[in-house]
Design a protein around this ligand. Structure first.
Ligand SMILES: [Zn+2]
Length: 432
């Protein structure tokens, strides 16, 4: 399929900079951007052109850390701290996914809402239940999203109604990897998901480490999420040098897949050694870490020191799906950090836009996250953000979307070059 879109394009260039191209054309062939030009080149004069006028066209967002089963508890229990929130709300709720009919009701809504809010690429946490995780995997495949998902592992320090036997957990995870390998090509891929070090025994982690090597998969977990979590981890695993070292020594970082570490708020020197060595993605989830009072990641410092960073909603610790909301909150949180530490932590809109699009997209494929030749046309049209009698520049319009907009301002969504309708996808997912 060959067509063109005309709009004002905003695309990330680097952590510091984005490009703004007013009234430009973007030519898409079979889902890939073929040309970006101020005027439609002569050779394309007969192809259909979708003219979006003054609207913005931006790359779709990537969410590198979201808990799929916590969809139904978003915005609930937000006055608790992490461990109370887990025990009072999260664990009892997640345990409900042992019933496949619950998963069948919840997951289509989650996927629909993510697509509505412009997130087309995501790394998911799930639950320990094989059947619900399998159903979710197939729903993601059907939706066309790009995703990393799998089955959670937890065999320690968890309530007795929501805990696994380590040998069974390893066996079920291996079965999951074997049965899902290659089902949806590069769209949906498996990843290991040990919940976090305190909820996993060394035996379980070492078993998962063997699977990382055997199946060449990556890992997605929480690392130095809060001072309390990191201290507990050190107490339970005194023979390891850091939170990250546990995953390295247990073999979990040996596969080719991405190593996605949520939060990384207080990395030690040894954590930093591991992050660099394996090019791990540290996921900044400011809405969530504000809710659980975990702290504010040193995003700018880590970025400047060459660490790889992306953004995450961390729903339900976070209460907003839109990565554009996370961008706004990342700027707000960085200003608070700068205020209290009297340093240069402050992030710009360009900084957070880069993390939300190019940096996050790159975890899924090298050509995701920009509106440039050779990139996949995964893009959003933004409209309805201007006032009467006062004109915003394109960058101001993007900023207004992040601070004041919502899914109603996303007036068209292109995934692999096809315009998608989240409600239609929801209807299809309900039938799976
Ligand atoms: Zn999380």
């Amino acid at each position: 399929m060959l067509f063109a879109c005309k709009a004002t394009l905003i695309s990330p260039v680097s952590f510091e900079e984005f490009s703004v191209r007013k009234d430009h054309c973007i030519v898409v062939r079979d889902g890939i951007i073929e040309t970006v030009a101020a005027k439609l080149p002569e050779e394309y004069k007969d192809i259909p052109v979708r003219d979006y006028g003054d609207a913005l066209l931006i790359p779709a967002f990537s969410d590198l850390h979201i808990h799929a089963p916590q969809y139904v508890q978003r915005g609930v229990g937000m006055d608790k701290l992490l461990f109370d929130w887990l025990n009072d709300y999260t664990f009892p709720q997640e345990a409900g996914f042992r019933d496949i009919t619950y998963a069948r009701a919840v997951y289509p809504q989650l996927i629909r809402d993510m697509l509505k809010h412009g997130t087309f690429h995501a790394a998911f946490f799930t639950t320990i239940h094989y059947d619900a995780c399998d159903l979710f995997y197939r729903m993601l495949g059907e939706s066309g999203m790009y995703a990393y998902t799998g089955k959670i592992n937890m065999d320690s320090n968890s309530p007795d109604y929501y805990v696994e036997d380590p040998e069974e957990s390893i066996a079920e995870t291996e079965r999951f990897l074997a049965e899902h390998d290659g089902l949806y090509g590069e769209h949906v891929r498996s990843i290991l998901i040990p919940r976090f070090a305190p909820t996993c025994s060394e035996k379980l982690l070492k078993g998962l480490g063997e699977l990382a090597g055997k199946y060449d998969v990556g890992v997605h977990t929480h690392v130095v999420e809060s001072k309390a979590e990191a201290a507990w981890s050190r107490e339970l695993f005194p023979q390891y040098a850091s939170d990250s070292d546990i995953y390295e020594q247990c073999g979990l970082l040996q596969g080719k897949g991405p190593k996605i570490f949520a939060h990384v708020i207080f990395p030690t020197k040894d954590d930093e050694r591991v992050l660099k060595k394996y090019n791990c993605v540290s996921v900044h989830c400011p809405i969530s870490t504000n809710n659980i009072t975990a702290g504010i990641m040193a995003v700018k410092k880590m970025q400047n020191e060459g660490f790889r960073i992306a953004l995450g909603s961390d729903v339900g610790g976070g209460h907003r799906f839109g990565i554009y909301d996370v961008m706004a909150n990342a700027v707000q949180s960085s200003k608070l950090r700068a205020f209290y530490l009297d340093d240069d932590s402050r992030l710009s809109l360009a900084n957070t836009f880069y993390l939300a699009t190019a940096a996050g997209g790159n975890v899924f494929a090298e050509n995701i996250g920009k509106l440039e030749k050779g990139y996949r046309f995964n893009a959003l049209v933004l409209d309805g953000l201007q006032d009467e009698g006062h004109e915003l520049t394109p960058v101001e319009t993007l900023e207004r979307f992040c601070y004041c907009g919502d899914d109603r301002n996303i007036t068209a969504r292109y995934l692999d070059g096809k315009e998608i309708d989240p409600e239609e996808i929801y209807t299809r997912l309900k039938r799976l």
